[in-house]
Design a protein around this ligand. Structure first.
Ligand SMILES: Cc1cc2nc3c(=O)[nH]c(=O)nc-3n(C[C@H](O)[C@H](O)[C@H](O)COP(=O)(O)OP(=O)(O)OC[C@H]3O[C@@H](n4cnc5c(N)ncnc54)[C@H](O)[C@@H]3O)c2cc1C
Length: 503
């Protein structure tokens, strides 16, 4: 019996060994030792930053491989449709842009022959919103100029309509009119510190009453008390401000995802050597000898119901060897990549000085627009109209719906039972890997140039570049345009690919 088992083992071992040899990665013609694929440029990330990079490099006689973690292109541009309103784009992520300010994106949309439409007219007064502060429901103009549940000082009340400017002008002794970037980083506060060294809350503590501080922080709800004061000041008073003034807010008729999809389509059509692989998650970068200097290990993933997970299989590792690498992934995902320069002191400091903003969207559809039945409801609260909720990652659970209904009833000052049941619902949550949040904001201590140049090349010794809106600065942080801006900066400087962008 014992001999019999041993014989079997002797046969089984060579067979297993032969199987192992025959099962080694066999995709393409490996030209580098230990590589399942070799490319001139590996672009990691199938969002707008990756798409713009691939699109602009498509005709450069380079062999480019694109790798995306999920089964979907678009990243935080994510257009969905509900069965009962198939013609309504539901933008779970980015939904809009401003033609005069987001000029790179607008040009790309036009180059791709996509159509745009107005989402909000420049005349924003016609879109009065409601705000709900300290249990009081008000219109946004009432919040700006009327009676508010905040105990402002007389001086602050006198300047309520433009309180942010008033407070920061007082603090910096500058009118903040036509504020250039150069002047912005020269602004000082009475104790001699530069404004960019202070967070918004530190600045407000110096120049506003505690009530005015709460009032202003709640007014600027997309920002945060932790961001650099200069970010907020520049957003509101920067000399670029005129590009936003009087400009319509546009969207893409075919949906925002289509910008990414079409850019990748044209990239693939430009050169048969280019490739795009979905369900590949970059886990590590190693240096190797030879001209394909970077060895990128990807895990194969699987996406079901909008959730993407690693495929737990011993063959799920793919090795791509590349001469150059563009990482077009969110900062949260970047921080999980195993590559030594991302752990350098300088880079870790940069990462630590940022934080992610939680953002999510919920869409519910109704038989009739109940929110328009009384003029006190904001006209733009809900625009989509569907059966049951989307499933999987985009599900609107009953507790979430109940929570939202409680809030809506309070904000509108109506009984909860007067809000009808939705016909359908869908949600976009951006908290989980690879996003970690909707977008990234920066804490004080950096100039815009520090941020852009600090992030785009983690190590001067390596041809590995980082692009994406999470690494943008100025007024495009958190906007798709920021991804284009950082990609352009990398392509122009390191790929000799002048895009000749004119603001
Ligand atoms: C709720 C919300 C509302 C917004 N509203 C607007 C708006 O109205 N207008 C606007 O311009 N912007 C808006 N934004 C911001 C805008 O969507 C983003 O700035 C932009 O889409 C980011 O593009 P990106 O290419 O930098 O990153 P992403 O779009 O996040 O793309 C990164 C891609 O990389 C992939 N990836 C991540 N890790 C890995 C890995 N390890 N390996 C392989 N692939 C990986 C991801 O799956 C993803 O597809 C909004 C964002 C949110 C969340």
């Amino acid at each position: 019996m014992r001999r019999y088992t041993l014989n079997w083992l002797m046969v089984a071992l060579p067979v297993a060994f032969a199987l192992l040899i025959s099962l080694k990665p066999c995709c393409g013609k490996p030209t580098g030792k230990g590589c399942s694929e070799t490319v001139d440029v590996a672009i990691v990330g199938g969002g707008i930053g990756g798409a713009y990079s691939a699109y602009n490099l498509r005709n450069k006689s380079l062999k480019i491989g694109v790798y995306e973690n999920s089964d979907r292109l678009g990243g935080r541009y994510y257009t969905e449709h509900l069965a009962n309103v198939p013609d309504q784009n539901i933008e779970l992520g980015g939904m809009r842009f401003i033609k005069t300010a987001h000029t790179r994106l607008y040009k790309l949309i036009k180059d791709l022959n996509l159509k745009t439409e107005v989402l909000l007219n420049a005349d924003s007064d016609s879109y009065e919103s409601r705000v709900f502060r300290r249990n009081v429901s008000m219109t946004s103009s009432e919040y700006k100029t009327g009676q508010v549940p905040f105990n402002l000082t007389q001086e602050e009340k006198d300047n309520q309509a433009d309180l942010l400017r008033y407070v920061f002008s007082k603090l910096t002794n500058d009118s903040l009119k036509n504020l250039t970037e150069e002047r912005l980083f020269q602004l000082t506060v009475p104790d001699g510190r530069k404004l960019y060294q202070l967070s918004v809350v530190e600045a407000l503590n110096l120049a506003a009453s505690s009530e005015a501080k709460c009032y202003l922080l709640l007014q600027n709800h997309f920002n945060s008390a932790e961001i650099a004061a200069t970010d907020m000041v520049y957003n509101y008073f920067g000399s670029h401000g005129q590009v936003y003034t009087g400009s319509d807010v546009l969207t893409v008729s075919e949906g925002m995802s289509s910008v990414v999809e079409r850019a990748f389509e044209q990239f693939l059509n430009a050169n048969s050597k280019h490739s795009l692989k979905k369900n590949r998650r970059l886990v590590s970068i190693r240096e190797r000898k030879g001209k394909y200097r970077y060895k990128l290990t990807f895990k194969e993933t699987v996406t079901a119901d909008g959730r993407t997970q690693d495929l737990h299989h011993w063959r799920s590792n793919n090795i791509v060897c590349a001469k150059r690498v563009i990482l077009a992934i969110p900062m949260f995902a970047l921080s999980k990549i195993n590559w030594a320069p991302l752990r350098s002191r300088h880079f870790t400091d940069l990462l630590l000085n940022t934080f992610k903003v939680h953002a999510s969207k919920v869409f519910m559809t109704y038989k009739s627009p109940w929110w328009l039945e009384d003029t006190k409801y904001p006209t733009r609260t809900l625009q989509a109209s569907g059966l049951g909720s989307a499933l999987g990652a985009n599900k609107v659970t009953p507790p979430l719906k109940d929570y939202l209904y409680d809030r809506l009833a309070l904000a509108f000052g109506i009984p909860r039972c007067s809000i009808p049941e939705p016909l359908s619902a869908i949600a976009g949550f951006w908290i989980k890997y690879p996003y970690g949040g909707g977008w990234v904001l920066t804490r004080p201590g950096y100039t815009f140039d520090d941020i852009i140049s600090g992030f785009r090349r983690p190590s001067d010794r390596h041809d590995v570049f980082v692009v994406g809106s999470d690494y943008a600065a100025r007024d495009v942080t958190g906007w798709g345009e920021g991804a284009l801006m950082t990609a352009e900066s990398v392509l122009e400087e390191f790929f000799q690919n002048p895009l000749g962008h004119q603001q």
